[in-house]
Design a protein around this ligand. Sequence first.
Ligand code: PLP
Length: 386
Amino acid sequence: MTEPIARPGAKPARPYFSSGPCAKPPGWAPERLATGSLGRSHRSKIGKARLEHAIALTREILGVPDTHRIGIVPGSDTGAVEMALWSLLGARKATMVAWESFGEGWVTDVVKQLKIDADVVTAPYGELPDLAALDQSTDIVFTWNGTTSGVRVPDGGWIKDDREGLTIADATSAVFATDLPWDKLDVVTFSWQKVMGGEGAHGMLILGPRAIERLETYAPAWPLPKIFRMTKGGKLIEGIFKGETINTPSMLAVEDYIFALEWAKSLGGLDTLIARSQANAAALDAIVQAADWLDHLAADPASRSTTSVCLKFADAAVEGLDEEAQLALVKKIAALLESEGAAFDIAGYRDAPPGLRVWCGATVETADIEALGPWLDWAWAQARSS
Ligand SMILES: Cc1ncc(COP(=O)(O)O)c(C=O)c1O
């Protein structure tokens, strides 16, 4: 039993700590979005220009080289990943790397649905597999930042320049928070509602020259629905990467994404976004270090996420409880904080070990992470005393 403690005074000004959709950029308001493209055809001059602007700003902020195409595709990050897997895999053996729920989902897709010859390399929640040992003559599919375990790839040093296979990275909670090594990544995917606090709807698919070459020289044995098709007559459909989307996008979501990109640019671009995320993660780490009941799920600080930070219980009495009892405690803490308006959506992911998850991406203010600390201790004490 833990004694209750006094309710803290100040609350986070913006208690939005969900790991997706994530907090809107500070200062966001619906009336600040440009609306000239709404109610118009996405293929009109203005519609096309806004889609192209979103692509150009993405390229500028992320520093994506001219060698890489950037496309806006349907189905959020999942849509972009599926498009890549179904279009590119099967030409050679694959290696599927998974250390949490989303990576496991891609394993299922490739092994059970596409039935591709694949090595499956996994690590338990909180750990990273040995990336240097992966067979780079195969196509390697991995998640850059495991959103549900808080374990991320620390860098691309393990990816060989003379690899034979493709590297396909689901980087949805890593982009805009990490300096990605574009020359080592043949495919990168993400969606707008993570680090940029945009809206869920569309995926971003970034293809390097080696992926484009594969698309133009290899046709999978299975049929591809229109929504996945990126080539015509063996040539890349270049329009997809110039704002001519395969089907109708939400222009409202596009405008919202542009708002976030312009906010990021006004702050100083990628370096500032990365610094904000790192400052948030450091502030949260200070809270974790000071709390005797909390610890990181990611064991190694080198591969600890600076966006989706996952925490577990470190209290001996709680660690001894079964998973159901621990989950009940998580629920209680999350519900208390939500009802107080101190923190929204910080229960860990449903497939992950019981714990809390606090988003530290760039749209979160460090002062709000700092203000969260006393509330976590308060909610823990409340939950344990009841
Ligand atoms: C690593 C990872 N991959 C895929 C997804 C699914 O993304 P979406 O809902 O944008 O399709 C998520 C969502 O949280 C994620 O974190």
